[in-house]
Design a protein around this ligand. Structure first.
Ligand code: PAJ
Length: 284
């Protein structure tokens, strides 16, 4: 596996692969790699001869009171994991490669970014779109892999690629979970054992909503109240939101029908966790 710290180095490596006729698949990450990330690398390897993974903890997608400074940075373990998963090129740029002196251009997403996490993380999705656009410009992949775990992010990236006419195909891969159902996240490492049990209540509340929707319950208000009480048993948890929305538009439907996204965000201490499930109901 080649490790590139500079744009030049990464571009040269990608150009060589392309000259050899290889398709370029790309998996952007912020590191602290776990089985969720490696599932994306596996899918990339299945599709393409050249797999590029990036590791960059992007400062512009963190708010002033968020966990940028304490976000896990585990480069040695990550590069081992990337090698084991079959990565060909690991791009781990320095800050000045991504944000040059006097950098001021941003990619501003539209209304999709104002839903769900939007109000709780102002500027977050603009930071994500900006860095992903920069990474796409640097790597110029044919295909890029994102996780359903960050469903809103994946939708916004798909919208950006379509709107800005970027020549890259976006593939969204299923959420990888621990055996008990907890969605894998780099942030789980910060949970004490008692916090981990609380974190699981988010997944339990999503399952409860899914089961009630499938059973034909048609009051979204009642389902969300039941979700809240599943989580409410733990006083240390703060709920940012629990929502049931149209999976494509993120708008609240009048009645439950079609493909719905059940999504939630909670905070346990300084750790913010998100998760979601998709449910397909008969169309109205
Ligand atoms: P990060 O949180 O490191 O996630 C990188 C990719 O892994 C994202 O596409 C995310 O959805 C996916 N992922 C994380 N946990 C997963 C899980 N349990 N199952 C499946 N996929 C999972 O998302 C980011 O980084 C950043 O916002 C980034 C896109 C790299 C831009 O900075």
């Amino acid at each position: 596996m080649l490790v590139a710290r500079s744009i030049d180095h990464a571009r040269r490596a990608v150009a060589e692969a392309r000259a050899a006729g290889q398709q370029i698949a790309f998996v952007p990450t912020m590191g602290a790699l776990h089985a969720g990330h490696t599932s994306l690398i596996d899918a990339a390897r299945d599709s393409s001869a050249c797999v590029v993974v990036s590791i960059y903890v992007n400062p512009t997608q963190f708010g002033p009171n968020e966990d940028f400074t304490i976000y896990p940075r585990t480069f040695e373990a990550d590069s081992e994991a990337a090698i084991r998963a079959g990565t060909h090129l690991l791009f781990a740029p320095t800050d000045s490669e991504i944000y040059p002196v006097n950098d001021q251009t941003r990619v501003h997403p539209g209304p999709l970014a104002e839903k769900l996490c939007g109000p709780y993380r102002p500027g977050h999705f603009e930071g994500v779109c900006t860095v992903v656009a920069k990474l796409f410009n640097i790597i110029q992949p044919d295909i890029a892999y994102f996780g359903q775990k960050d469903a809103q992010q994946a939708l916004i990236i798909q919208r950006m690629v379509e709107d800005l006419r970027m020549p890259v195909r976006i593939i969204v891969c299923p959420t990888v979970r621990d055996p008990d159902g907890l969605a894998m996240s780099s942030r789980n490492a910060r949970l004490a054992p008692k916090d981990r049990a609380m974190a699981l209540s988010l997944y339990k509340s999503l399952c409860l909503a899914r089961d009630r929707l499938i059973a034909g319950e048609n009051s979204l208000g009642r389902i969300i109240a039941a979700m809240r009480s599943t989580i409410g048993e733990h006083a240390e948890i703060r709920v940012d939101y629990l929502s049931i929305v149209d999976a494509a538009t993120l708008e609240t439907p009048l009645t439950p029908a079609g493909r719905l996204l059940i999504a939630g965000a909670i905070r346990i201490g300084r750790t913010r966790l998100i998760d979601n499930l998709v449910v397909d109901l008969p169309t109205a």
